[in-house]
Design a protein around this ligand. Structure first.
Ligand code: AMP
Length: 426
């Protein structure tokens, strides 16, 4: 039997309904803040990620799905969304649009990750980017949109961790200090960190290996060596979020796995997933577009990991989406009875109920069993007698009662008995 590749998933119904509902909520909330979707290719020239994400990052060194196409061009399945957005901004001349340009994206990303809980090789992200504003207000806005979205899903225990990564000019100073402190212990660092020493020393701060963590604890946080301008910036973000009653915790040791971030960086963690597992990460990237050969345009954004978000989705949202009542439509004959059932299905579906019409020629007894297995709350029976009388038999499968209801009233009666779209959906 052919199996799916490691690290990929089949998302089956009814779970897939949660995905659709989360995405619909994202479109609704984010478009309300002025962010509409940009749909980008799933593969891009490899060069984009090497330059955009950074040569020394784990993503570029170890995690990309890179392949040559039939003409020998090196292409890579996108490991993240921001580099593609920046490329599209330059390529489509979005600098001509009134600034700032606000964009949302969602879709699959690909990273060759080591297998562990909450890490997949194909996973989905939902992200926002605001391009063309270098102000703290732009950072505040995306965090506000993020917080509003998560609140709409019913989250109330998530924490935004915030840090100041300083500007690239601050980094040599910081890296010199880091190396000074770690030099005597260099041989004790893990293999990855010994390599990071030359390729990307900042990433040593983020290593999960116990001994590396102990050693790094001696190094003062990045934010302490950051310039005053960057401190003022991040302090302003923090103060504005406090005004909006959005809970934030400073995380002086938070660094992110992508090279382009500077100043404001943040993550959202969930108690449900454990401290190390973020459901969202983001920050400011004022040099990215210029580094990719475009104009000097600042940007800030975030990406939510949709797989993880759905894993910890509050139960009220899950129930609201998965609990839509099911109505079984049971034609007792072929022909006109089937057509009548479909006409009723169309009316019921339009009211937000979930219909399943029997189309396999089951006997009435078998059809009722089938309806119970589907967890249907009501069954609507239509046979020759019902067609003649102009009324269906509507059976309440919870109570077992049954009554004749004129075809024109079936939708009203069934929707009135079951929680309708007003209470079940929003
Ligand atoms: P990043 O693009 O690395 O900043 O990640 C942003 C968010 O995407 C993380 O906080 C995760 O929720 C999610 N994410 C990143 N990598 C994976 C993965 N391999 N599997 C599932 N989710 C991921």
């Amino acid at each position: 039997m052919i199996q799916r590749p490691r690290g990929t998933r089949d998302i089956l119904p009814p779970e897939s309904r949660l995905w659709a509902a989360v995405e619909a909520e994202a479109h609704r909330v984010f478009s309300g803040f002025g962010y509409d979707e940009i749909r980008l290719p799933v593969f891009e020239p490899t060069e984009l990620f090497v330059r955009g994400v950074g040569e020394g990052t784990d993503i570029v060194r170890k995690e990309m799905y890179t392949f040559a196409d039939r003409k020998g061009r090196s292409l890579t399945l996108r490991p993240e969304g921001t580099a593609g957005v920046a490329r599209a901004y330059i390529e489509n001349g979005l600098g001509q649009w009134p600034a700032p340009v606000r964009l949302a994206y969602m879709g699959p990303m690909f990273r060759y990750e080591r297998m562990q809980r909450g890490r997949y090789r194909q996973f989905a992200q939902i992200g926002l980017e605001i391009l063309g504003a270098d102000t703290p207000a732009a950072d505040v806005e995306i965090l506000l949109a993020l917080h509003t979205f998560l609140a709409a899903l019913g989250f109330d225990d998530l924490v935004i961790l915030l840090n100041n990564l300083g500007d690239p000019e601050d980094r040599p100073r910081f890296i010199a200090r880091l190396k000074e402190i770690l030099e005597p212990h260099r041989a004790e660092l893990c293999g990855d960190c010994r390599q990071r020493w030359t390729t990307n020393p900042l990433r040593i701060l983020d290593c999960k290996v116990e001994r590396c963590r102990e050693l790094v604890a001696e190094v003062p946080p990045v934010s302490e060596l950051a310039s005053d301008a960057t401190r003022t910036h991040v302090d302003a973000v923090e103060a504005a979020l406090a005004e909006l009653a959005i809970p934030v915790r400073r995380a002086p040791r938070l660094v992110r796995g992508l090279d382009y971030y500077l100043r404001t960086v943040f993550e959202v963690v969930s108690p449900g997933l454990g401290g190390d597992t973020a459901i969202c990460g983001g920050g400011r990237y004022d040099r990215l577009i210029a580094d990719l050969g475009g104009p000097q345009v600042p940007g800030t954004g975030f990406a939510i990991g949709e797989d993880r978000l759905i894993e910890v989705l509050p139960s009220a949202f899950r129930e609201r989406v998965l609990g839509r009542p099911v109505v079984a439509l049971l034609p007792l004959d072929e022909g006109a009875a089937v057509a009548r059932c479909f006409a009723l299905a169309r009316e019921l579906a339009a009211r937000g109920l979930v219909t399943h019409t029997e189309v396999t020629r089951r006997s009435l007894k078998a059809a009722l069993k089938w309806a119970v297995k589907l967890d249907a709350r009501a069954a609507v029976l239509v046979g020759a007698n019902e067609l003649e009388a102009g009324a269906a038999q509507v059976r309440d499968l919870t109570e077992g009662s049954q009554e004749a209801v004129a075809f024109v009233d079936v939708a009203d009666v069934v929707a009135g008995r079951l929680p309708g779209p007003e209470t079940v959906l929003r």
